[in-house]
Design a binder for this molecule. Structure first.
Ligand code: 13P
Length: 248
C-alpha cells in the first residue's frame, strides 16, 4: 500500500514574517497525521524552513534545481546546495517552469538526474494544457514528458521519485479535474511505467495538482491511482493545507 504524500508548493510567495506563522502552523497541525508532508519553499527561505521544521514530520524542498552540478551558471542553484540545506525534495518540470522559463523535456530530465545524483527526491510534474486536452492529446503529452525522464535516467530512477500530474488548465484557476478525469491520467501514467517495470509502477506515488482544496481533496485522493496532492494556493493557508493533509 502506497503511503499518501502531500506537498505544498509555495511558488513565489511569502516573507520571513508570514512564513514563520505558516511553518509553525503546519508543523503543529500535521504532527499526528499519517500522511507524509513536505513544503517546497522559495530558495531564500530554505534556511528558515530547516529551522522551523527540523525534527518534525514535515520535510522541505525546493521548487526547481539546476541541471548542472556547479560552475558559471549565474542565478542557478545546484542539487548539492539544496541537499546542504537539508532539502529532501526538488520539484522538476513544473508547468510554470516549462512555459515561462523554457524548461524543455530534455532539460527537465537533466534536472531530474541532477536531483537524483544529490540524493534528493525529484517531484516530476507532467500535464497537458487546455488546448492539448481539447485536441485529445493528453495521453501523448504526458507520455512524452514521462518518457524523456525514463530514457535519460532509466526506470529504476523513477522508483526513487514522485510524479505529479498537474493539468495546466487546473492550476490556479479554481477548475479542478474531476476525480474521474484525474484518475484516468494517473492510471495511464502507472500503466506506462508498468510496461517497463511492474514493481516500480506499483510502488510509484503519483500526486494530483491543480486547485486541490479541502473541499475536493478527499474525493480526489480516494481514487485508486491518486496517492496525494501537490498543492499551490491552498498551501499558503495553514488551516487549508492541514485539512488537505488530514484528508490524505
Ligand atoms: P494550485 O493548487 O494553486 O492550483 O497550484 C497547483 C500547483 O501548481 C502546484 O504545483
Amino acid at each position: 500500500m502506497r503511503k499518501k504524500f502531500v506537498a505544498g508548493n509555495w511558488k513565489m510567495h511569502g516573507s520571513l514574517a508570514t512564513n514563520a506563522a505558516l511553518l509553525d502552523g503546519v508543523r503543529a497541525g500535521v504532527a499526528s497525521l499519517a500522511a507524509e508532508v513536505a513544503v517546497c519553499v522559495p530558495y531564500p527561505y530554505l534556511d528558515q524552513a530547516r529551522g522551523a521544521l527540523g525534527g518534525s514530520n514535515v520535510a522541505w524542498g525546493a521548487q526547481d534545481v539546476s541541471e548542472h552540478a556547479q560552475g558559471a551558471y549565474t542565478g542557478e542553484v545546484s542539487a548539492t546546495m539544496l541537499a546542504d540545506f537539508g532539502c529532501r525534495y526538488a520539484i522538476v518540470g513544473h508547468s510554470e517552469r516549462r512555459s515561462y522559463y523554457g524548461d524543455t523535456d530534455s532539460v527537465v530530465a537533466a534536472k531530474f538526474e541532477a536531483a537524483m545524483k544529490a540524493n534528493l527526491v525529484p517531484i516530476l510534474c507532467v500535464g497537458e494544457t487546455l488546448d492539448e486536452r481539447e485536441k485529445n492529446v493528453t495521453a501523448a503529452v504526458v507520455t512524452r514528458q514521462l518518457d524523456a525522464v525514463i530514457s535519460r535516467c532509466g526506470i529504476a530512477a523513477l522508483a526513487k521519485s514522485i510524479v505529479a500530474y498537474e493539468p495546466v488548465w487546473a492550476i490556479g484557476t479554481g477548475l479542478t479535474a474531476s476525480p474521474e478525469q484525474a484518475q484516468e491520467v494517473h492510471a495511464l501514467i502507472r500503466a506506462r511505467v508498468a510496461r517497463e517495470d511492474a514493481g516500480v509502477a506499483a510502488g510509484l506515488r503519483i500526486l494530483y495538482g491543480g486547485s486541490m482544496k479541502p473541499g475536493n481533496a478527499k474525493e480526489l485522493m480516494a481514487q485508486p491511482d491518486i496517492d496525494g496532492g501537490l498543492i499551490g494556493g491552498a498551501a499558503l493557508v495553514a488551516a487549508d493545507f492541514i485539512a488537505i493533509c488530514a484528508a490524505a
